[in-house]
Structure formats: structure tokens, C-alpha cells
Design a binder for this molecule. Structure first.
Ligand SMILES: [Zn+2]
Length: 687
């Protein structure tokens, strides 16, 4: 038997479980060999593999669409690739267990390896697919339960199609936009649509004009001394907003002051609020960002450490927020194991809720590839602070889902007074449930803001009450909020397009962190005070794409989610559509070049200063301006900040310089009358 894993650490877990011995690049015990990839052993060939002329980026060569996609060995993994290929050849008629990570990417890694080894008969190949941390028991059980690899064929088709499509779009669009520019403009199927959404929101917020309106707030006191607040109802639309200084509102203010309520009508509804579901990877990323400011990528890495090294977390890259129907026992076992370590939270739990009828936790119909994140063991003492923080979120979610529902009566009262109506909503708690825990823990997840705004009052006597005061409130409509990393992840999970149509998610839970990271790296977005903004570079890209109907589709959320859906349903049709799309989109006649705004103005002629390879130069050089600042000055380096300071007549910070004789000295730089760098000495040191 041959077992193929994605990483050496996983192969090591198998070796421990099976008591195998270590050799260079593999493990062995009896007739069983365990070997491992190092992520992708093969990658798609670059364009110049198909035609050497593609080495140069030439816009007239586009589109580049290979007849058949070819793979080459990933350089970094070449010695391990050799071992894996040898082992597959030796075991070509033997049972082969694929134990790469149980997701689309892991499936692709394995399938390409089998393809490259010319292993076409998959009848003896099986798939090891587990969500739990790989303890020896889990490994053994997973091997027993391995299913025929052919059951994962559709996942494999999706994985190939996605990889090809991303290559086609990435190569062609990036070359199309970047050619002629001084920097790379990366374009991608999902990332560009996400960039567009951020820019759109920036625009909406910037151009939002707040509209002022009035509300009339009454304080109403009953015979028991209870006080509640109520708002005057506008008879036009039954809402509580009025035009500024509306006659109706002013007249109510006059006629209802200190008056008894004539009569009241009320409706009561029993509301139930369940505890937040178990976490999937995106929910964990959002919470870690909100509480600790960790980027989604960082949280994913920490979760991987908790899974791989500490073995205290279930498989992290999971899209599900439920357990399977068959997971009741493992869930209960972990609950019993962990409850005494976390009494401050487990004390609020109701263990009877851990049963198969509880669809809020156990629901196979909502399960995708792996169950939700749960803790598997106590966090080891040697864990670092970040691991503690992220694990703490999982622990809280795990116990919280085992708490009773929060139940309350929500009562809407309409008060009649002198022909005017005032409306109030109050609530009366019936069962505290998980809310009792939340009240004692300020850091707890807070998804209940809306409920908190409702006044909590018990036994209000609506049949005997009077208005004690009236207040005209000056209000303004508020703009939508700029995206932050957590709300952006929410948008990617449940995108809204320019139509009412319900859309599938953008990317997958496992890839979203990476997409956000890419937008930062390419310089398309920046974060300021936890808000996301498209940069000039990002906006230029979007403006350019928007000039053509076909190009614009790459930034359109509806189109992107349409593709995501097609990828899941019919991978080969999806790939065909992407090829056609790329082919019609490459239009050299509409090509434009990005003119980067200078970092500051030239002190000589006032034109923009741009960054060159090893200097900053004046864009007025064509008109004869000779102003330039070199990056290296007497052994010290200029930064962009220094250049901005110098150009506006200021000094730089202290620079540690070395003169031609090798002597070190400290000084500040400033420009002289000739606009050349002059040293302002602080003190000279002889070393
Ligand atoms: Zn100049």
C-alpha cells in the first residue's frame, strides 16, 4: 500500500499511527510506504512553454490560450518529486491511498501527481478524507473508511477547471493591462470584483448627502412608575420620521403635552434567539479580526498550527457551520473532556442540547466536506498568545452553541392621545439562555445589537398612563459604512449584486483570506483605521476596465458569482466560457497607460516627482528640468518620506553617513540653493 500526503508533517502523523520508519523522503513499515508532496509538485507551464515568443509581453500576442494545459515540475520540490514518482511507479498495481488535504486544492495536488505518473486506472486508488486532527486512532479509522477515489471525480474536475480559468484570466488580463505600464497590474476572476465592491462603497460614502428629519419622542409613565419611550407615528406612511418642522409634529407637541393616554392597543410576539452557530473558517477569521485585529491570512495560519502542531482543533479550512448527524458522540466526548477546564463558560451550558434532534448543531443536510470548527483537546501549555486567543474564540463558540435559546416577549404598543398615535416596542425576558453568559462577558460575540436597542420593561400598565414629556429629535439619514476586513468577508460569503438575484459566494471559505491579502499586496487597497479604501492604482484599473463592456465583466459581482456557480455545476462548460470570454476581451485598440501621480512636486519647476529605479526624478525632464535625488547619499539611504521633506524645503531625519575616507558621521540632509543635497552636521564621530 502507498499513502500520499500533502505535507511531510501529515506523513509523519501517519508514520506514528502505523509505526513506520523514516527514510529520506518517505516512511516505510512492512509493505506500506508513506510519502508526501510539498504542496504542489507540479505547476502549469508558463506561456513561453507553448511558444517562445511569449517570453516578451506583447499585446498583439493576446489571447494566450493553450490547446492542452501542460505541467512542469515545481523547482523548489524537485528532489521530493523524484521520490514520489518513483514510489508511485513501484506501487502502480498496488493499493494507493490519497491523503492530501481534504479540499479542492488537495484533490488537485494528488490528481496532477497521478496524471504525471501516467496512472490512469484509478480503480485501486482510495481517498482518505477526515476533519479531525490526525491522532493515531483517527488515522487508522480514516484508512478503514477510505472511499474509492472515483467518488471525488467531480471535485477533481472543478479543481482543474478553476486552475485553468485562473491561469487564463490571470495571464491574459494581467499582460493586457500591464503592458506599457511601469508596474504590474494583476487582474483576477474574484479579486477584481471584490476590489470593485470596495471602490463602489467608497464612492457611495463620499457622495452621500445626509437628509435631516425630525422625530417626536414621548416619555410615557404608567401608574406603577414605569417609564418607556414612544415615537409619534406619521399617518402618511406609519413610520416615525417627519419632514423638518412638520406642522403635524408641532401640533402633536402642543396638544399632547402632559396629557393622559386615551387608550392603547398592543400586540405581543414570543421571540426566540438561538446562540450563534459553530464557526467555519470565515466566521473565525472575522471574529479574530474584530477582537485582535488579526488579518484573515494570519488567523488561517494560526488555525493550521492549532490543527497540525497542537492537535487541539478540527480541520480548519472548513466551510460548514454545523456538525454531521453522525458526529453527536465525538461532540459529546469533547464536551465532557473540556467542560472542567473552562467552568466559567461551560457552566452556562445545557448538556441535554447535545442530541441528534438539535438541528442547530447537527444537520447533515447543511454539511459541506468538513464539519464546523470544534476544539479536540485542551490547548497545550506551550502555546503562544496568538494561538491562545484564536483557540479561545473556538472554545467560546463550542460551549455557547450548547446554551439554551434566549426567549422574550416583544410587545408593540400603539398609544392614542388626543387623536395622535405614539408607538413603542418593549420586551420582557422569558428565558435568559445564552444571553446570561453574554451579559457577564463583554468580549463575547455580539450579534444582538438590534435586540439591545429594545427597552426591557416588565408589567407596563398601558391602560393607565400619561405623557410626561415630549422632545423633538433632530436626526439625519446615515451613509452606508465603509468595508472593514470582517464585513468584506461577509460580503464575499453573501454577495449582493446590482440586481435582486440571490448570488453564490465569491471564492471559497479557504481562499477568501488569500484574495484579500492579494489586494493589499498589489497596492489596490489600503486599510486606514480599520476601513478599506481603493487606492489610485486600484481606481485606475477599475476605470480602465469599465471602458469596455467585456472587460467590465471581470469587475462585476453578478458575473463573477455566475461563473462560481457554473464552476460548481458544470466545470468543463465553465472553462469553455472562460476561454471564449478571454478571447473577446483582448482589444489592443482600447489600451491605455496608467499615469502615476507624483509623490510630491519638483522644487525647481513644480512638476511631479516620480520614483525611478535608483532615484527620484522630475517628470519635467523633457522640458529640460535636471532635478534628481539619488537613493544612496554618502552611504545613507533616502526614503520616500525624505524626498517629500526635501522637496518642500525641510530637513530629513538623522542619517548615518560614511565619507570617502571611510569615516562615519551623522547629519541631516537639506537642499541648498542649487537644489542639491547639503549636509547639516550634528556632531562628527571618529571611529
Ligand atoms: Zn523639475
Amino acid at each position: 500500500m502507498l499513502i500520499l500526503t500533502e505535507k511531510s508533517s501529515v506523513a509523519n502523523d501517519f508514520a506514528i499511527a502505523l509505526n513506520a520508519q523514516k527514510f529520506a523522503g518517505y516512511f516505510a513499515t512492512g509493505n506500506t510506504i508513506i510519502t508526501y508532496c510539498q504542496g504542489h509538485l507540479f505547476e502549469l507551464c508558463p506561456p513561453d512553454f507553448y511558444d517562445p515568443k511569449y517570453k516578451n509581453w506583447n499585446i498583439t500576442d493576446l489571447p494566450i490560450i493553450p490547446q492542452k494545459f501542460c505541467y512542469s515540475k515545481t523547482a523548489a520540490a524537485s528532489s521530493q518529486t523524484k521520490i514520489v514518482m518513483e514510489k508511485i511507479k513501484e506501487h502502480i498495481s498496488d493499493k494507493i491511498i490519497i491523503a492530501t488535504d481534504a479540499d479542492r486544492e488537495g484533490e488537485l495536488i494528488a490528481r496532477i501527481v497521478l496524471e504525471q505518473a501516467h496512472l490512469t486506472d484509478l480503480s485501486k486508488c482510495y481517498r482518505f478524507w477526515v476533519s479531525e486532527a490526525l491522532t493515531p486512532d483517527v488515522v487508522k479509522k480514516g484508512l478503514e473508511n477510505a472511499k474509492p477515489l472515483s467518488e471525488y471525480n467531480s471535485l477533481s474536475l472543478q479543481a482543474y477547471a478553476r486552475q485553468h480559468a485562473d491561469w487564463l484570466i490571470g495571464i491574459n488580463f494581467t499582460r493586457f493591462v500591464s503592458t506599457g505600464n511601469h508596474e504590474i497590474f494583476s487582474v483576477g476572476r474574484v479579486q477584481t470584483a471584490v476590489l470593485f465592491e470596495i471602490a463602489k462603497r467608497n464612492y457611495e460614502v463620499k457622495n452621500f448627502i445626509p437628509k435631516p428629519y425630525n422625530e417626536l419622542e414621548a416619555e410615557i409613565r404608567d401608574s406603577n412608575g414605569n417609564i418607556i419611550k414612544a415615537l409619534l407615528v406619521n399617518p402618511k406612511d406609519n413610520k416615525c420620521a417627519f419632514e423638518l418642522n412638520s406642522q403635524y409634529l408641532l401640533s402633536a407637541m402642543n396638544k399632547c403635552s402632559s396629557r393622559k393616554i386615551d387608550f392603547a392597543k398592543s400586540d405581543s410576539v414570543l421571540k426566540t434567539s438561538k446562540p450563534e452557530k459553530l464557526l467555519n473558517i470565515n466566521a473565525l477569521e472575522k471574529e479574530a479580526y474584530k477582537r485582535f485585529g488579526y488579518s484573515p491570512e494570519e488567523t488561517l495560519n494560526i488555525a493550521e498550527e492549532l490543527y497540525n502542531e497542537h492537535k487541539c482543533l478540527s480541520y480548519p479550512r472548513t466551510p460548514s457551520r454545523v456538525m454531521g448527524d453522525a458526529n453527536v458522540e465525538i461532540f459529546r466526548e469533547k464536551f465532557e473532556l473540556l467542560k472542567n477546564f473552562y467552568p466559567e463558560i461551560s457552566g452556562f451550558c445545557n448538556p441535554k442540547l447535545i442530541n441528534q434532534e438539535n438541528k442547530h448543531i447537527f444537520d447533515s443536510s447543511k454539511l459541506e466536506s468538513h464539519h464546523a470548527l470544534i476544539p479536540l483537546a485542551k490547548l497545550p501549555e506551550n502555546a503562544n498568545q496568538k494561538q491562545k486567543n484564536v483557540f479561545g474564540i473556538v472554545i467560546e463558540s463550542f460551549f455557547r452553541v450548547c446554551m439554551d435559546d434566549y426567549k422574550y416577549n416583544e410587545k408593540t404598543i400603539h398609544f392614542s392621545c388626543n387623536g395622535f398615535t405614539f408607538k413603542s416596542v418593549i420586551k420582557d425576558t422569558v428565558q435568559e439562555g445564552w444571553k446570561a453568559y453574554e451579559r457577564r462577558n463583554v468580549t463575547a460575540m455580539n450579534d444582538t445589537k438590534k435586540e439591545n436597542e429594545i427597552q426591557e420593561v416588565r408589567n407596563f400598565n398601558e391602560n393607565n398612563c400619561l405623557i410626561t414629556s415630549l422632545k423633538k429629535l433632530d436626526k439625519k439619514t446615515t451613509p452606508p459604512k465603509e468595508y472593514s476586513i470582517d464585513t468584506l468577508l461577509t460580503f464575499m460569503e453573501k454577495p449582493k449584486g446590482d440586481t435582486e438575484e440571490k448570488l453564490v459566494g465569491l471564492g471559497t471559505p479557504a481562499t477568501r483570506a488569500d484574495i484579500v491579502q492579494k489586494l493589499f499586496k498589489t497596492g489596490y487597497i489600503i486599510e486606514d483605521k480599520k476601513k478599506l479604501y481603493a487606492t489610485k492604482k486600484g481606481l485606475w484599473l477599475l476605470t480602465f476596465l469599465s471602458k469596455d463592456k467585456e472587460l467590465a465583466k471581470i469587475a462585476n459581482v453578478n458575473q463573477t458569482t455566475y461563473w462560481e456557480n457554473e464552476l460548481a455545476v458544470n466545470p468543463s462548460l465553465f472553462e469553455q466560457h472562460i476561454k471564449e470570454y478571454v478571447a473577446v476581451s483582448m482589444k489592443p485598440e482600447i489600451k491605455e497607460v496608467y499615469v502615476k501621480e507624483g509623490i510630491c512636486k519638483c522644487p525647481d519647476c513644480g512638476k511631479d516627482i516620480q520614483k525611478g529605479k535608483s532615484n527620484w526624478y522630475c517628470t519635467g525632464y523633457k522640458e529640460g528640468c535636471k532635478f534628481v535625488l539619488w537613493e544612496n547619499v554618502a552611504g545613507a539611504k533616502l526614503s520616500e518620506k525624505d524626498v517629500t521633506a526635501l522637496c518642500s524645503g525641510k530637513q530629513t531625519g538623522i542619517k548615518h553617513c560614511t565619507n570617502k575616507a571611510g569615516k562615519k558621521f551623522d547629519c541631516k540632509f537639506v537642499l541648498n540653493e542649487k537644489k542639491e543635497i547639503k549636509f547639516e552636521f550634528i556632531n562628527s564621530k571618529n571611529k
